[in-house]
Design a protein around this ligand. Structure first.
Ligand SMILES: [Zn+2]
Length: 630
């Protein structure tokens, strides 16, 4: 294909000019525009191949011989071939690009087998890029006109002076239908070229009009610095278009690949081994100006796999060389969702992905305006690993002050930890998760293991009291609750006063708690004289069928004591009942205390600590009582 195309197309550019372009082109510089190269020894360079997916670099460049070759996929060639493959250019387009880069004027030969051409046929890409370059100049000049006051004010209000606007080539699309279109037509661009470039579009009447009107414009550049499209911000209330408009998909503008600011940021991204992904044009500007030169933004689309590909080659993200990708989010739900989605995206990338959530929901542009350059640099410096962020976000949705909340949070978080591809990192995250939840490590470990083995997390992790509507008669807790209720129903005279003193809240199972409430509604166990009448009274006071059935059951079930019950047995039973709930409350408190920062929340910390001490004292007393001493 390559050879055929050379034979066919080379006739249009003089052979000696093509040879000169090859000679004057430094292949490593051309490739470095899109692939970060490191020394491979012997004067050769290597990097991650842009033509196949790989983790360690097998893409080699020999500047001395002016060739590149990939040992992974077998692709290879000269600088012209590289541009053709990497940027999907034609042979002529690639030669033209390299000639422009080297400052060479190409001469074209007439091909007498085809129709004579009035002017040299440039490649399409070159024409579209040239149209954009002319459009940038046009829009830039418009920014200084009286009609562009709103655009200048928009920039000034966000802390961008004239120098900043110039550095980013900001422009203004005037309040006119076809000023740009006419301007570019006069410069020799055809109707088709302007439509294909996305700069103009046919109106309903059929005439050609400008795509952007009355908007502030940012030129969007590719890695090499060529302008390939525009981002356009709405300025006026009566503009009923969307807040941001972008160039549509064109042969040179692919939004899934485009990263705003990449041309200015790429050297620092490669040098620092990190990239900061922000959400808008003004955020990129604010970051660069604030001393975060590695910032880029997607243009009118979410960050996706193709963007990762572009960045990985710049970061030379391999197992040996780890690049960092930092997302900034303003902390709103959309941003957090995006972060969680990033979790699903590319597992190889997850370990190197960080999240920086700005304080007070400010984006970097607002942050710089409100708190200065240092605050923007701080935001990036305070980044948090994606996994940590995702876990924290997940468990924050639950009330960690209750056992239920902690168990549910653990169930939800365990599959995330199980998903961490780097198995050696899992124990670290299990410990961290246990700490954040205020739980022991062991149940968390079990839950993660179960999730990793594809079992529902609850199977291994759910404690007995998390169970089901029907009381689990085997659980010690449930058993003691039943025993207390049996005493109240069967031995109200003996057990009544002690039973009534323990509130319904101490009963964990809902049906047990309902029955305890029904006994209170029937006048309390202490007032009862016992027998069938008392059982009927309680049954009548019971609202639900499950409770009524349980009354009948517990009225006849034998007590778990040999011989007749005595006050000691009642006391022990009631102590054990309360002890369970007290130890549960102690566990909750300890967990809460663990999650409090004793330095910044000193008062709360000591208050909870005091509460804990008195509860523990109460628990000790109950334990003694349960052990048999009255
Ligand atoms: Zn390859």
């Amino acid at each position: 294909m390559y050879a055929e195309e050379v034979a066919e197309m080379a006739g249009r550019i003089r052979d000696e000019d093509i040879a000169l372009v090859r000679e004057r082109t430094s292949i490593d510089e051309v490739i470095s525009d899109t692939v970060t190269l490191k020394s491979a020894g012997g004067g050769n360079l290597k990097g991650l191949c842009p033509f196949h997916d790989e983790k360690s670099p097998s893409f080699n460049v020999s500047p001395a011989r002016n060739v590149w070759y990939c040992f992974g996929c077998g692709a290879g060639g000269d600088a012209i071939k590289f541009l053709m493959d990497a940027e999907h250019l034609s042979f002529v387009e690639s030669v033209e690009r390299l000639a422009a880069r080297a400052g060479l004027q190409l001469r074209y030969v007439e091909d007498d087998r085809s129709a004579p051409r009035a002017r040299p046929q440039q490649g399409q890409r070159q024409r579209l890029v040239a149209a954009h370059a002319a459009a940038v100049e046009f829009y830039r000049a418009q920014l200084t006109t009286a009609g562009a006051r709103a655009a200048r004010e928009f920039l000034a209000q966000r802390g961008f002076d004239r120098a900043a606007a110039e550095r980013y080539g900001c422009g203004f699309a005037p309040d006119a239908w076809d000023l740009l279109t006419k301007h570019l037509r006069q410069q020799g661009f055809t109707h088709d070229e302007l439509v294909t470039a996305g700069l103009s579009r046919p109106s309903r009447s059929g005439s050609l009009i400008d795509r952007f009107r009355r908007r502030l414009l940012w030129p969007i550049r590719d890695l090499t610095g060529d302008v390939i499209g525009f981002g356009a911000r709405k300025l006026f209330d009566d503009d009923d278009g969307p807040k941001y408009l972008n160039t549509p998909e064109t042969p040179i503008y692919k939004k899934s690949h485009v990263l705003y600011g990449i041309d200015q940021a790429k050297r620092e991204i490669a040098k620092q081994g990190k990239v900061v992904v922000v959400e808008g044009y003004t955020d990129v500007m604010a970051c660069h100006l604030a001393g975060v030169p590695t910032a880029v933004a997607t243009c009118g689309t979410a960050f996706g796999t193709d963007h990762i590909g572009v960045l990985r080659r710049l970061l030379m993200d391999t197992d040996a060389v780890a690049g960092e990708i930092i997302f900034t989010f303003d902390g709103d739900a959309a941003g957090q969702k995006a972060a969680l989605r990033a979790f699903e995206d590319d597992q190889r990338f997850v370990g190197r992905t960080f999240i920086a959530v700005s304080p007070d929901n400010m984006d970097p542009c607002e942050l710089r305006l409100a708190k200065g350059d240092l605050a923007v640099r701080d935001l990036v410096a305070r980044r948090e690993p994606l996994v940590d962020f995702a876990l924290r976000h997940m468990i924050n949705r639950y009330d960690l002050d209750t056992v239920d909340g902690r168990v549910e949070a653990m169930r939800r978080a365990a599959p995330l930890v199980a998903k961490i591809k780097d198995r050696e990192k899992r124990p670290e995250y299990v410990r961290k998760l246990a700490g954040d939840l205020g739980m022991e490590i062991e149940p968390v470990q079990r839950a993660v293991l179960a999730a990793a083995n594809g079992q529902p997390a609850g199977a291994a992790a759910a404690p007995a009291r998390h169970a089901p509507a029907a009381p689990n008669v085997d659980s010690p807790r449930s058993m003691v609750e039943r025993e207390a209720l049996k005493l109240a129903l069967q031995e109200p005279v003996l057990a009544g006063p002690m039973f009534d003193a323990v509130e319904a809240a101490e009963y964990r199972h809902p049906v047990h708690a309902a029955l305890r409430a029904a006994i209170a509604a029937a006048g309390g166990a202490a007032t009862a004289t016992g027998g069938a009448v008392w059982i009927e009274q309680v049954r009548d006071a019971c609202d639900d069928l499950a409770g009524q059935a349980l009354v009948g059951e517990l009225a006849v079930e034998p007590l778990r004591i040999d011989g007749e019950p005595d006050p000691r047995y009642v006391s022990i039973t009631m102590a054990r009942l309360q002890w369970g709930s007290v130890t549960g409350r102690i566990k909750d408190l300890k967990s809460k205390i663990q999650r409090i920062n004793p330095v910044s929340n000193k008062d709360e910390y000591f208050a909870l600590f005091g509460e804990l001490l008195s509860l523990e004292q109460h628990a000790r007393a109950l334990r003694e009582q349960a052990a048999g001493g009255l």
